[in-house]
Design a protein around this ligand. Structure first.
Ligand code: 13P
Ligand code: SF4
Length: 361
């Protein structure tokens, strides 16, 4: 373990300047040597760190080479000139990087960095759905395993979901696995959506009533929500979009008081950059999976080249087509407009598909 020294202080002081509003100065002597070591290891091993917007400010501002939402990280993975990618995010993001950069070593620092959405559905579930709805195109949210992506026609992220669904030019599309994202997309398009009963365990906890209470107690507040929240929550929000769209909204509009209805670290990361003229009201929820990534296990992943992500060839070739197909569409990201239409959405789950097993026996 390296100790905090005058040399480390000198090298890391400019980084502390960036995060001093959100990281207490007493914690810096513990973090600085770890940050110093990661940046040293990146040079030694020709590695880069890709960090999602939900990573903590020490990772996001002090060791990441690229930051962004799921779409931006996927596209970045393809363009990177390095031997090793360390994914400071969750497992499906590391798999996406591996799909798009098959010749690079992709590392995930913690094997516990899962996702409740990705865990809600398997490749077999998608095959069953295709039996129930023959010929209906399947779009899988990027928050799924490679095995699920391999069954899809196209992938999407929260930034481009509406445009991807519309790209098929058909009346009906299966959009998996986030029930709320699917319902929110259904409210923005004429395409009929068939959904799956998966939920993000972070975003499903926010309620419209909670937001109304914040509006009462903080007059003038701008409420920004991620589309993995329920349609009722989005209805109550002033703006909705992917994590990067929410960040852009704050940077462009500089609301005096803002609440980001999403994972906690987003507000910390934006407030570190934007300074004190924007007040962040923080009724956020933590993602336990994102929070398994820390400075210590990033060091271990680089020192030991540990937890390399691999995908069997028969799955990776098909899953890559779904992700690459999404990128090749070059559709403009689309935010969720306030005016949404209430549409009924069929939500499938294992129980509703179970009769297919009996029929096919
Ligand atoms: P985006 O960054 O694509 O908006 O996704 C949010 C999310 O929940 C990732 O886990
Ligand atoms: Fe999954 Fe939700 Fe965590 Fe994103 S925030 S990784 S969707 S559980």
């Amino acid at each position: 373990m390296i100790k905090y020294s005058p040399e480390i202080a000198k090298v890391t002081d400019p980084l502390f300047e960036k995060v001093k509003n959100v990281i207490p100065s007493v914690e810096w002597p513990i973090m600085a040597p770890l940050i110093y070591r990661i940046n040293e290891l990146k040079t030694e091993k020709n590695a880069v760190v890709l960090a999602h917007n939900y990573q903590t400010p020490d990772i996001y501002h002090c060791v990441a080479d690229f930051v962004g939402d799921s779409l931006q990280l996927a596209m970045q993975a393809q363009q990177i000139d390095a031997d090793i990618i360390v994914q400071a995010g969750v497992h499906f993001m590391a798999e996406t990087s591996k799909l798009l950069s098959p010749d690079k070593t992709v590392l995930i620092p913690s094997l516990d960095a899962g996702c409740s959405l990705a865990a809600s559905i398997t490749g077999e579930d998608v095959r069953q759905l295709k039996r129930k709805y023959p010929g209906v195109p399947v779009v899988t949210y990027v928050n799924t395993s490679a095995g699920v992506k391999a069954e899809a026609d196209l992938c999407c992220t929260s930034a481009n979901a509406i445009a991807v669904v519309e790209a098929f030019g058909v009346d009906r599309v299966i959009l998996l696995p986030d029930e709320f994202l699917s319902k929110n997309v259904a409210g923005q398009t004429d395409v009929e959506i068939i959904a799956w009963k998966g939920r993000c365990e972070v975003h499903e906890r926010f309620t419209a009533e909670e937001l109304r209470q914040y509006r009462k107690s903080s007059p003038g507040i701008s409420i920004l929500a991620h589309p993995e929240c329920s349609p009722e929550v989005l209805e109550e929000a002033d703006f909705a979009g992917s994590t990067s769209s929410l960040i852009r909204y704050v940077n462009v509009n500089r609301p005096p008081k803002v609440m980001m209805v999403t994972e906690c670290s987003m507000s910390d990361n934006v407030s570190a950059e934007i300074g004190e003229d924007v007040e962040f009201i923080r009724p956020c929820n933590l993602c336990p999976h994102m929070k398994t990534i820390n400075l210590q296990n990033i060091i271990e992943s680089l020192e030991l080249i540990r937890y390399e992500v691999t995908i069997p060839e028969d799955i990776s070739s098909r899953a890559r087509q779904a992700v690459q197909g999404m990128i090749d569409l070059e559709v403009e990201g689309k935010d969720f407009e306030q005016r949404s239409v209430l549409r009924s959405v069929v939500v499938e789950d294992r129980l509703s598909l179970s009769h297919l097993d009996t029929v096919s026996q």
